[in-house]
Design a protein around this ligand. Structure first.
Ligand SMILES: [Zn+2]
Ligand SMILES: [Zn+2]
Ligand SMILES: [Zn+2]
Length: 400
C-alpha cells in the first residue's frame, strides 16, 4: 500500500469508512500503541500512512517488523532456513549434509558441519521429505502447520496418473515459478497460509491466519490491483492490452498448478463449500502486493558464509510512504550483532528494525525510501522515473 493513493484506483477505491475501520483494526493487530498511528490518508494526496504519535529521537528503533512470508533467493551461495532465513552454512555445507543424510539413510542426520561454529543451528528436514531444511524443530513445525503441508513438493515416486499426485502439481508449479517469476512462490505460500488458517490441522497456523486475514481485508478492498493490472508498462512495450493479457495468462498458469495440488490435499468439502472461489483474484492481488511492497532482505550473519539474500513482505514497512528525504531507515540484525538486534531477545533472522535517521516530531509522518542510497543521489527527474514503477509521483520536499 505504501506510496499509492486511494484516488488512483477510481472505481476500486474503498469507502472512507471502510478505510478508517480497516486502519483501526490494523492498529490493534499490529500493536501500534507504541507511538505510531496508521491513518487512512497521510496528506498531500497520499493514501494510508504511518504517523508518529509521539516524538522520537534520532537513532531510536521506532518499530520492529516480522514478515508475513520471506523467500530465500541466493540458495546457490548460502544455506539458510526455509522459514526464517537463519544462516546454517554455505551452499556446499548443505550439499555435504544432504549427502551424509542419504548415506546414513536416515532423516535428520546427526552431525553439524565442522566448518560451522558450535552455535550454528542444527538442520531439521521437512517431515514431508522434500529438500527444504529448517533451523529448528520449531521452525519446521510452524512452517508445516502454517503452509508447507499444503505445498510440499515431496510425495515419493509418482506412479499411475500424475494428475492424481499433489507432488506432481507442486513440482510443476515450482518449475514454472523458477522459469518465470519467483514471487509466485511467495504468493503460493501466503495463499496456502490463508487456506490452511481456514482449514486448521495441527501446527500453530492460527497466529498467522488472524494477522493475515486483516491484511487480506485490504486486498479485498482492492487497495491493490491484480499484478497484471498494476505493473508499470515497460518503456519498450507498445501494446499495453497484449502485455497485460500475457502477464495474466502467466499468473493463471501458475495458479492452476497450485490449485491442482491444493485440490488433492484438502478435504473435498472445502471445494464444495466455495471457500476457494475467487482464489485467482486473491492470488493475483497477492503477487501484485509482493511485487510492489517487498523489502529486499540482505543480512550477513557470518561474513565467511556470504550474505543471505531474499525478499519478504513486511506489514508495517508496507504501510509507510516513500520520501526522497526519509526519516526512517530499515535495518536487519545480524546474529552476531547485539547492537543491530537492539538487545532484542526474540530476534529472528528476518526481523527488521525501523531506525529514526533524525529527530521525529509528534504528528510527523514516518517515511522511508523505496529507492536505494545511490538512486537517492539522482536528479529529481530520474528519481520520479524510477518511482513511476510504484504508480505514484513523489511530492516530498526535495521533489516539489
Ligand atoms: Zn528457522
Ligand atoms: Zn516439504
Ligand atoms: Zn521525492
Amino acid at each position: 500500500m505504501a506510496g499509492t493513493t486511494v484516488r488512483e484506483y477510481g472505481a476500486f477505491a474503498p469507502q472512507e469508512e471502510e478505510v478508517v475501520a480497516h486502519a483501526m483494526s490494523l492498529d490493534s493487530a499490529l500493536g501500534l500503541e507504541g507511538g505510531l498511528r496508521l491513518v487512512p490518508a497521510a496528506g498531500e494526496g497520499k493514501g494510508r500512512g504511518l504517523l508518529a504519535s509521539k516524538a522520537f529521537e534520532q537513532g531510536f528503533v521506532i518499530f520492529k517488523d516480522d514478515p508475513i512470508a520471506a523467500l530465500h533467493q541466493n540458495k546457490d551461495e548460502c544455506w539458510a532456513c526455509e522459514r526464517c532465513l537463519k544462516v546454517m552454512g554455505s551452499a556446499s555445507d548443505r550439499e555435504s549434509w544432504l549427502a551424509r543424510r542419504s548415506d546414513s539413510g536416515e532423516a535428520g542426520g546427526s552431525g553439524s558441519s565442522s566448518s560451522k561454529p558450535d552455535r550454528a543451528p542444527r538442520p531439521v528436514p521437512c517431515r514431508g521429505g522434500c529438500a527444504e531444511l529448517y533451523c529448528s524443530e520449531a521452525c519446521e513445525s510452524h512452517a508445516w502447520g502454517a503452509y508447507h503441508r499444503l505445498i510440499c513438493p515431496a510425495g515419493g515416486e509418482i506412479v499411475g496418473d500424475p494428475m492424481q499426485s499433489a507432488a506432481y502439481w507442486m513440482r510443476e508449479f515450482n518449475e514454472h515459478a523458477d522459469e518465470t517469476n519467483d514471487i509466485f512462490r511467495l504468493a503460493a505460500r501466503v495463499y496456502a497460509m490463508v487456506v490452511a488458517s481456514v482449514v486448521p490441522k495441527g501446527g500453530d497456523a492460527e497466529a498467522d491466519g488472524s494477522l493475515l486475514s486483516l491484511h487480506l481485508r485490504s486486498v479485498r478492498h482492492a487497495w491493490k490491483l491484480p499484478w497484471w493490472e498494476q505493473v508499470a508498462l515497460p518503456h519498450d512495450v507498445d501494446d499495453e492490452t497484449e502485455f497485460r493479457a500475457q502477464l495474466k495468462d502467466l499468473a493463471k498458469d501458475s495458479f492452476d498448478l497450485l490449485s491442482g495440488a491444493l485440490r488433492l490435499r484438502l478435504p473435498p468439502s472445502v471445494e464444495e463449500s466455495g471457500l476457494l472461489d475467487g482464489g485467482f483474484d486473491l492470488y493475483g492481488r497477492l503477487v501484485g502486493m509482493f511485487e510492489l511492497n517487498n523489502l529486499e532482505i540482505f543480512h550477513s550473519a557470518e561474513a565467511e558464509l556470504g550474505p543471505v539474500e531474499g525478499t519478504a513482505f513486511y506489514p508495517l514497512h508496507s504501510c509507510m510512504n516513500h520520501s526522497c528525504d526519509p526519516n526512517v531507515v530499515m535495518m536487519f540484525c545480524d546474529d552476531d550483532d547485539e547492537e543491530g538486534a537492539n538487545g532484542d531477545p526474540e530476534a529472528e533472522s528476518y526481523r527488521c528494525y525501523a531506525y529514526a535517521t533524525r529527530d521525529i516530531g509528534e504528528g510527523e509522518e514516518v517515511t522511508c525510501s523505496y529507492l536505494d542510497q545511490d538512486q537517492l543521489q539522482l536528479s529529481t527527474e530520474e528519481r520520479q522515473d524510477l518511482l513511476r514503477d510504484y504508480g505514484f509521483r513523489c511530492r516530498c520536499k526535495r521533489c516539489e
